[in-house]
Write a protein that binds this ligand. Sequence first.
Ligand code: FE2
Length: 385
Amino acid sequence: MSDIKNVNYGLEKIFKDAKDFLPLLGTDYIEFYVGNAKQAAHYYKTAFGFQSAAYKGLETGCKEFASYVLKQDKIRLVLTTPLNSSSPINQHLAKHGDGVKVVALWVEDAKKSWEETTKRGAKSFMEPTVEKDEHGEVVRAGIYTYGETVHMFVERKNYNGIFLPGYEKWESDYNPSSVGLKYVDHMVGNVGWNEMNTWVKWYEDVMGFVNFLSFDDKQIHTEYSALMSKVMSNGNGRIKFPINEPAEGKKRSQIEEYLDYYEGPGVQHIAVATDDIIKTVAQLRERGIEFLSTPPEEYYNAAPGRLEEHNHELQEDLKVLMSLGIMIDADEEGYLLQIFTKPVEDRPTLFFEIIQRMGAKGFGAGNFKALFESIEREQAKRGTL
Ligand code: FE2
């Protein structure tokens, strides 16, 4: 399964002749709707090493909601909670629990991004809106993607404030250190039965993305469950959104479990990159982050052979990787190291992936089996397999 050959990673080639109508500069922020943003912020600082950045709430004159902005290198999280029962955020929380509402994309021109995508069939979430304060102005506009999830286009070239107009710098006396998380590598969405190709087409038609990697249920399965996945990328390769749908198996797959508990499609995991996964994961474990169980010893015995097949040499100590439960996958271009947390809410929905790329551009297909068996052990404990 790790030997997925003839994969065309040459995005530049695919896009050579096409005009990118939606140039994306990167991920701007990821906004979560949560039941208690103050406590969630403490968790992401203490356990994940995020830093206090900005705040909006009662103290800044906002009476509807409170938002905490957290940063770690290029990753920006926004945790938002409603301040009264009439806020529409409550319906989202009641239905989905804590989860990702907005995947915001940094653009040169938010109005044009909204026009180009809505013209191609996107449903609007927010028309282009200019927000101003003494630091300049930001233009934002949003469209719906799968489920109730939103892509917000953020144009901030005329702004030099801390985050967005209306936010104040969040000065805190409690500042745990970073764990070395650098940027968002990819974000995965789970969609319903037979909906994957609909959303693949949506990303192609509406966002101008291309499907550059696909896995079917023959490749992604265990004894009990299966899923299908297609990876979508924008023109410059900075934004990658794999999309999963469940496939028939003997038992309930993790994708079905997600759809049942999130009550619909949504963001399944956020993969964040580090350039020292051993140090990062050791610190995360010390700070109480729970990871899926470590693959069995046979998995690690087979790992060097899998690297050799592709003529790569492991630079890390295999024993250390095993002791931390970090998985290894290789392709023609290099290898990658990755590990997955357990869901970070009580509902078995959103989780995080920590990834270090050593040349490989894939998503750990060679680890899918070991990973899903580990998830199935957790599902069995929850009675949802
Ligand atoms: Fe991933």
